[in-house]
Design a protein around this ligand. Structure first.
Ligand code: SF4
Length: 386
């Protein structure tokens, strides 16, 4: 039987493999099965799942391919995830995906979906229009209609109707997945010495590449193992990582932050896995349930318009709830939503005398030594001067 650490390294090799081995395996067992690629930050995984399809997270190439073709189709001054995802598409490395869903998170995602259609003609592309005015009574009705449109397209692709019961069964599975993810994050917040962010990230990222039922089983099995680990707590500072909600930072970057003396007790990585603060209700109208959950019970994010609770209030709540000593603003290069929010949240941090450190990342970062030095200096300043 493999140890927890051996499992993590095996999962790491899966998430590092841009040829999508788990997706190819699923397709070999489901010969007529369809796969739907989901661009971050949030897309309703429940819909393709209810259609018997495999929803799969699309997070770019993580620095594993050279950008040879994409730069002739999309600007070189956009985030790495957009450029490397397009590169994978142009090289045919995403051919296992039958459909790609791009959510309306920013201009770059919008443009990417537009560039995709003529350049990767064999793939069906959907652009999901999220509601913008969360306070409007029309918002749930509007978004429900958008979900119905997406469902209709999946039904055409599957050649069969997707029933209300199937949707509710999918909601139930993803509710369970979010509950297990929240438990994992509670462990990280309350006893961060039991589980590093690197390990938690590998576990969560694996879930974007395999069926949700399988991921639920894996999480259920590892949670008691994690609780039974016995490392000694260290004299580390408790930090929150803010800004990595879409393009994911290199794993080495998280390791460097932790090695430099930080427990990362909260982050916004792979945000869709903890998108809803409460379970989505199972009702007679599952699409409306999903729509209302998106509007009233989603976590805050730079790419989601908020309702009656400003982002900075929710940011401060997260700091208090996790008993954080400092914030590391760590955003992808050229990500406008992250940079716009950074100004707002940095100002609030200064007003509230919250320690913070800032740096940017991209997929192909060669060296992390300067970041290590910055984090070590930050840790010392938090420990000795605040
Ligand atoms: S990283 Fe930022 S700019 Fe790039 S697609 Fe995501 S939200 Fe948009």
């Amino acid at each position: 039987m493999m140890t927890f650490e051996e499992n993590i390294e095996q999962y790491r090799s899966i998430i590092d493999d841009v040829s999508l081995p788990t997706v190819r395996e699923w397709k070999s067992k489901h010969l007529a099965g369809k796969v739907v690629g989901m661009f971050p930050v949030y897309t309703p995984f429940e819909l393709p799942h209810a259609a018997g399809m495999l929803p799969v997270g699309v997070y770019g190439a993580g620095g594993k391919v050279e950008i040879d073709h994409a730069d002739s189709r999309i600007q070189s001054f956009v985030c790495s995830i957009a450029r490397s995802t397009l590169e994978l598409g142009l090289r045919g490395m995403l051919n296992e995906l039958d459909v790609l869903w791009f959510p309306s998170i920013c201009d770059v995602a919008r443009n990417l979906s537009g560039v995709w259609k003529p350049n990767v003609p064999n793939q069906h592309v959907e652009y999901i229009h999220f509601p913008q005015n969360m306070m409007s009574a029309a918002a749930p009705v509007y978004y429900r209609a958008e979900l119905q449109r997406l469902l209709g397209n999946l039904q055409s692709l599957a050649g069969q109707e997707i029933s209300r019961d199937a949707l509710n069964r999918s909601i139930h599975q993803f509710n369970r997945n979010r509950e297990l993810s929240r438990t994992l994050y509670r462990i990280k917040s309350v006893t961060p010495w039991l589980l590093s962010t690197y390990e938690a990230y590998v576990l969560m990222r694996l879930g974007t590449l395999i069926p949700v039922e399988e991921h639920n089983r894996i999480l259920q099995n590892v949670l008691p193992e994690i609780q039974n680990r016995n490392p000694k707590p260290r004299d580390y500072v408790r930090v929150m990582l803010e800004g990595g909600f879409c393009e994911q930072p290199p794993l080495e970057l998280m390791q460097v932050i932790e090695e430099a003396g930080c427990y990362i007790v909260n982050d916004d990585l792979l945000l869709h896995t903890r998108w809803f603060e409460e379970p989505v209700p199972v009702t007679d109208d599952p699409l409306l349930s999903l729509a209302e959950a998106y509007i009233h019970r989603s976590r805050y994010s730079s790419v989601r318009h908020y309702g009656n609770k400003p982002r900075k209030e929710q940011f401060l709540e997260k700091i208090r709830e996790n008993n954080v000593d400092g914030v590391i603003f760590c955003a992808p290069k050229f990500c406008e939503p992250a940079l716009l929010d950074y100004v707002l949240l940095k100002d609030e941090s200064e007003k509230q005398s919250i320690n913070y450190l800032t740096f940017e990342y991209e997929e192909k970062m060669g060296t992390f030594e300067s970041i290590r030095t910055q984090v070590e200096t930050f840790v010392e300043s938090v420990m000795f001067f605040s």
